[in-house]
Design a protein around this ligand. Structure first.
Ligand code: DGL
Length: 269
């Protein structure tokens, strides 16, 4: 059994934790939501890397066997530095699934909805450069969406209106595939389907990311005990009760099978 640390700027990484609980329910998890500082996506690179480093060091100090950077923005800005600093722990990141999207697109036109920081990052530019130039990627920053999701409004009228504006260029370009390039956005699936219909492919990489975690744990020889449900500690920098409520509301996993603790931690030293 392993202890897995998962962090995000807020509740977005719960989409990754949800998939982790589906594939690897037997482990113990610490989920850290830095909601007091969300959204990260409109902050400066230096701030994002320093804060992400601080949170990973905190998770490492709790004894985590592996850490999932369940945030595309933090992965883009900080994963190289985190891996260099915490060499003894597998660090698994998440990035917009543009490769699987390109493979699944029939017309080669792919929308990418992500944060401004992710889209502007060198890591994302380098990832784009690995794909053949005959694909057309319509990049759109989802400004304002994360605060609405954090406020429990994933399906509100306000969210639908803002989302419709962001999706317009993607729709106009006739993209047949849309990359959900921020871990908060899988919680907008229903709203996206309402606006774009059922035919567009929606790509999120949580399944692949968790399979990668599984491989890393197997390589460490961590025992995979089936039929057991581990402990989940939910830590928020803003409001731990709200984090628990949001987890119950947003996640598909049956949390009642796990022992859950929730805490407020404001300093991650
Ligand atoms: N959930 C994060 C991501 O995957 C960050 C969103 C934000 O805080 O702006 O990019």
């Amino acid at each position: 059994m392993a202890l897995i640390g998962v962090f995000d700027s807020g509740v977005g990484g719960l989409s990754i934790l949800d998939e982790a609980l589906r594939q690897l329910p037997q482990h113990d998890y610490i989920y850290l939501a830095d909601s007091i500082n969300a959204p990260y996506g409109e902050r400066a690179s230096e701030w994002i890397s320093a804060r992400s480093m601080e949170l990973c060091q905190y998770l490492a100090a709790q004894g985590c066997d592996a850490i999932m950077v369940a945030c595309n923005t933090a992965t883009a800005e900080a994963i190289a530095q985190i891996r260099t600093t915490l060499q003894h722990i597998p660090i698994i990141g998440v990035e917009p699934g543009i490769k699987p999207a390109a493979m699944q697109s029939a017309n080669g036109i792919v929308g990418v909805l992500a944060t401004e920081a992710t889209l502007k990052s060198d890591k994302f530019t380098a990832l784009l450069a690995t794909l053949p130039i005959n694909y057309q990627f319509i990049k759109q920053a989802g400004a304002g969406l994360v605060p609405l999701i954090e406020a429990g409004q994933a399906n509100s009228e306000e969210t639908l209106e803002l989302l419709a504006k962001h999706l317009e260029p993607i729709q106009d370009a006739r993209a047949d595939t849309l990359v959900l390039g921020c871990t908060h956005y899988p919680f907008l699936r229903k709203a996206i389907r309402k606006l774009l219909g059922d035919s567009i492919n929606l790509i999120d990489t949580s399944d692949a990311v968790v399979r990668q975690l599984k491989r890393k744990l197997e390589a460490q020889d961590k025992e995979l005990v089936h039929g057991k449900h581990g402990l989940i500690r939910l830590i928020s920098s803003k409001d731990s009760e709200n984090l628990l409520l949001m987890a119950q509301e947003l996640m598909q996993s049956d949390l009642s099978k796990h022992q859950i603790e929730s805490h407020l931690v404001s300093t991650f030293k």
